[in-house]
Design a protein around this ligand. Structure first.
Ligand code: PAF
Length: 282
């Protein structure tokens, strides 16, 4: 399997692929790969002639320096996992300097207000960091298609906006959320959960499923209150936010209307580990 660290080296390989008119599927990750990532890779392999997986813990998207330090890094295992899927996969594991050059900083984006909702509100600057790193990576990799999980549904909408703003030809493909048998959404951060947190975190998806079931008959205010109550007196999980929002613009709602698609979004702390999840409601 080819593993590149230098921008120049992967750029040469990409130029070669372009000359041969090969379609390139791209799976950008921050490593600590799990089944969800591997499913994105499988989908990319089924739809493209070549697949490039990026592994890079992007500093500019962390608004909390401890979170950046503690983010799991398992490069050797990640490369083994990928080579078990296919030895044809190309891996790019750059340093920050290779991605950004001398100035490791974000561009300020206007994603039509998407960046100010939910994750954007609670993690200021996060989406500027995501947008900036992807702009650099898409420039280097020149993918035909790029694959993102719906666990980060807001990120997926923002990336679709990014490629419009940056006039990039890449097609952005969203893929369903992969879950543990317990219902817990797969996330690299799950590796940091202790046994108690791991056994209690499936409550997050149970709550989302109940909200979906009750969405037709109960008001948004009643559902918001019910969700908050589920975390009262819970000494393992702390609710950061729960919002029911329009799927189209991610604006949180107080009352639902006919013929509009909605989703519920949640962020919860298990100790210092931040978990997010979401579900389509109708
Ligand atoms: O979803 C992620 O892992 C990251 O936000 C991404 C898209 C790889 C950008 O660093």
């Amino acid at each position: 399997m080819r593993v590149y660290e230098k921008r120049l080296d992967i750029s040469k390989h990409v130029a070669d692929l372009q000359k041969q008119n090969k379609t390139i599927g791209f799976v950008p990750t921050m490593g600590a790969l799990h089944r969800g990532h591997l499913a994105l890779v499988q989908k990319a392999l089924s739809e493209n002639q070549v697949v490039i997986v990026n592994i890079f813990v992007n500093p500019t998207q962390f608004n909390n320096s401890e979170d950046l330090v503690n983010y799991p890094r398992t490069l050797e295992t990640d490369i083994k996992l990928l080579s078990n899927v296919s030895s044809e996969i190309i891996v790019f594991t750059p340093s920050a300097k290779e991605v950004y050059g001398a100035q490791v900083e974000s561009i300020t984006y206007d994603f039509k207000g998407l960046e100010r909702e939910m994750e954007g509100k609670y993690r200021p600057g996060h989406f500027d960091g995501v947008g900036t790193v992807l702009k650099h990576l898409f420039t280097i990799v020149t993918p035909t298609r790029a694959y993102f999980g719906e666990k980060d549904f807001q990120q997926l909408q923002i990336v679709k906006q990014l490629v419009v703003i940056e006039k990039m030809a890449v097609k952005i493909i969203g893929c369903p959320i992969y879950r543990e048998e317990s219902g817990l959404a797969l996330s690299s951060r799950n590796k940091r959960l202790n046994q108690k947190q791991l056994s209690e975190s499936p409550l997050i998806y149970k709550i989302l499923k109940q909200v979906k079931e009750d969405f037709g008959t109960k008001s948004v205010t009643t559902l918001n209150k019910w969700v908050s109550e589920q975390f009262e007196n819970n000494d393992t999980l702390e609710l950061e936010y729960f919002e029911i929002a329009k799927t189209s613009n991610l604006k949180s709602i107080k009352r639902k209307q006919e013929n509009i698609k909605y989703r519920a979004f949640i962020a919860v702390f298990a100790g210092e580990v931040r978990l997010i999840d979401n579900i389509a409601l109708n």
